[in-house]
Design a binder for this molecule. Sequence first.
Ligand SMILES: Nc1ncnc2c1ncn2[C@@H]1O[C@H](COP(=O)(O)OP(=O)(O)OP(=O)(O)O)[C@@H](O)[C@H]1O
Ligand SMILES: [Mg+2]
Length: 366
Amino acid sequence: MSRIEVQGLSRRFGSVTAVDDVWLDIADGEFLVLLGPSGCGKSTLLRMIAGLLPPTGGRLRLGGADITDTPPQQRDLAMVFQSYALYPHLSVARNIGFPLRARRWRRADVRAKVADVAAQLDLVDLLDRKPRELSGGQRQRVALGRALVRDPGAFLMDEPLSNLDAKLRAGTRAEISALHRRLAATVVYVTHDQVEAMTMATRIAVLNGGRLEQVGTPAEVYDEPASVFVAQFLGSPAMNLLRTVVRAEGGRLTARAADVELDLGIEGELPQREVVVGVRPEHLNPSGPEEASIRAVVTAVENLGNEEVVHCAAGEIPICVRGPRPLDLGRGDRVNLATRARHLHLFDPGSGRRLTWRPAPVTAGV
Ligand SMILES: Nc1ncnc2c1ncn2[C@@H]1O[C@H](COP(=O)(O)OP(=O)(O)OP(=O)(O)O)[C@@H](O)[C@H]1O
Ligand SMILES: [Mg+2]
């Protein structure tokens, strides 16, 4: 059993709080991705789980047992780092077998296990080489092999693909996902790359300034971001955000700003209030009817090959639209951007948190 329970872990460095009261319950066999911008505390949290850094608060459990004070070697966890941290003077075979020799395994057993892991990672032909004779992707596979060889209950990976070029990264991403399915092992994986998070995770935990913003499946986090921060962090180009005033008009809620009029698709009465309305670039149709929701002017068009990103301005508000090529738009064109109420995300302008008005009817005092 390799359930990992992070119970209010915190870590301060002097006056900096790198990780602030994080709670996570990671099920056995999950692939949990810690996602967030540089400096948000991902590595610090992972290093505390690995036992490489003592927490300044909170507890940690592995398979139900409290391991907060257990030294790293005695935790049933293997860590894979961004810098492969291979021994340069040892062959691939000896690098992979290192953790087993350190545990005084018999030579024949080490050889058999290394052969087994090398076959899984397609490293059989490289076993006699030194790390400097390998490509970045091959080195990362050796580092993975060294973690795998111990059959740990859980793998902790800190940006293991960030030294690889785009093509290798995509390939290795698929490889790690396949490995996770085959081994059914628990993985905690740190990245700031939203594509890695979306494609590999069973759940994503989004960190911001040391705090947990949201935990959910990739679809939940993308489709129902819990805050403006999450909404803007996932998705490229980022979600459009419009500061509007919402009021009830004829029993329906409408959000307005200059050149913007959005029917929120919610029936009810409400005192007028400010709301940040979010809509993703792919959910705006630039050939909407005259009376469409957002009136804007095209300021630039980017050709992405299969798609186009059209930058517009609705009054002062910059708005991005993404769609299949060709959208037949040019700088200076006037567009009416249409969308559907179900594609609108509503946030409180003060706290930045999601407003859960939809699809439930409005209740007083929300
Ligand atoms: N040993 C340390 N001493 C002081 N401050 C530290 C130390 N380690 C980390 N920090 C600070 O803690 C915060 C979180 O750092 P951390 O390395 O966990 O971020 P990260 O999310 O992994 O970022 P990146 O994506 O850049 O790797 C940062 O503000 C960092 O400067
Ligand atoms: Mg880091």
